[in-house]
Design a protein around this ligand. Structure first.
Ligand code: NDP
Length: 259
């Protein structure tokens, strides 16, 4: 016999010999087509969840969705910085896939430059994508999660915690996400919705292409860039941890110790 050991409905069930019983959920991954988001999508699909992959480029989202193990995954186009895009995406999701269980916000960009050389349009793009974008997608997902519970993971950065010269605006967007995550966690906890933040260090993706030089690697205590799959494991851990909310988890090979 299978019994629930938890108070809330959006919790895991365990069999009599205490093995976790898989419950398939609908997972929505913004920025899921490449890099960290793609690795998260793959891991969620491997665990038997149905995944909706979203990115600005529809084709890449669809190709990634089609490459995931299992069936019924969906690739959609959505620019998270545009309210109407996010609204349309959630309408499509609720019509075709049902209730959202997991939300991961991995869509992000950088336009690194010293503040004096930063253009306002670049500053707004970074803030609109990294910060406002996650607010819009969280709001969209909450409408679906309010009645059933759910779990959200936002992707921050070690730079949001420690700061970095040449990344003022990017750092501010990620630090903002940290405050947003904690506040939202408080706001929705009674509805059995958890909100956490994973803050990666230097991870090998398109975003860091060309940065993997000897002096950058030497600063990392574990001595190498991280792989997207290594971040994905932390994301999955927080999505699946029924008693963790409002938490920041650094996945940075110890980089924060060196900054
Ligand atoms: P990539 O550049 O490899 O991938 C970014 C993803 O986000 C792509 O799927 C991209 O698809 C999507 N995306 C970008 N802008 C938008 C948008 N406006 N709307 C919807 N989707 C968008 O980046 P990473 O995988 O490296 O980064 C993922 C997250 O992790 C980002 O938030 C980043 O800031 C953060 N991070 C990354 C680190 C690293 O070392 N790589 C370190 C710390 C944090 P498309 O272009 O088609 O829209």
């Amino acid at each position: 016999a299978v019994h629930s050991t938890w108070r809330h409905p959006f919790k895991f069930t365990f069999s009599d010999n205490n093995e976790r019983v898989m419950m398939s959920r609908l997972a929505v991954v913004f920025g899921g087509s490449r890099g960290i988001g793609r690795a998260v999508s793959q891991l969620l699909a491997q665990r038997g969840h149905r995944v909706v992959v979203l990115s600005r480029n529809k084709e890449t989202a669809q190709v990634t969705a089609a490459s995931l193990p299992g069936e019924k995954h969906l690739g959609l186009s959505c620019d998270v910085s545009k309210e109407e895009d996010v609204q349309r995406a959630f309408e499509t999701i609720s019509k075709t896939c049902g209730t959202v269980g997991y939300l991961v916000n991995a869509a992000g960009i950088n336009r690194d430059a010293l503040l004096l050389r930063s253009k306002s349009e670049d500053m707004l793009s970074v803030l609109h994508t990294n910060l406002l974008g996650s607010m819009l997608t969280c709001r969209g997902a909450l409408r679906s999660m309010l009645s059933h519970g759910g779990a959200i993971v936002n992707i921050g950065s070690v730079v949001g915690v420690k700061g970095n010269s040449g990344q003022c605006v990017y750092s501010a967007s990620k630090a903002g996400l940290e405050g947003f995550t904690r506040s939202l966690a408080k706001e929705v906890a009674t509805r059995n919705i958890r909100v956490n933040l994973v803050a990666p260090g230097l991870i090998r993706t398109d975003m860091t292409a060309g940065l993997e030089k000897e002096d950058a690697v030497r600063r990392i205590p574990l001595g190498c860039f991280g792989e997207p799959a290594e971040v994905a494991h932390a994301v999955l851990f927080l999505l699946e941890s029924p008693y963790i909310t409002g938490q920041l988890l650094l996945v940075d090979g110890g980089l924060q110790l060196a900054l």
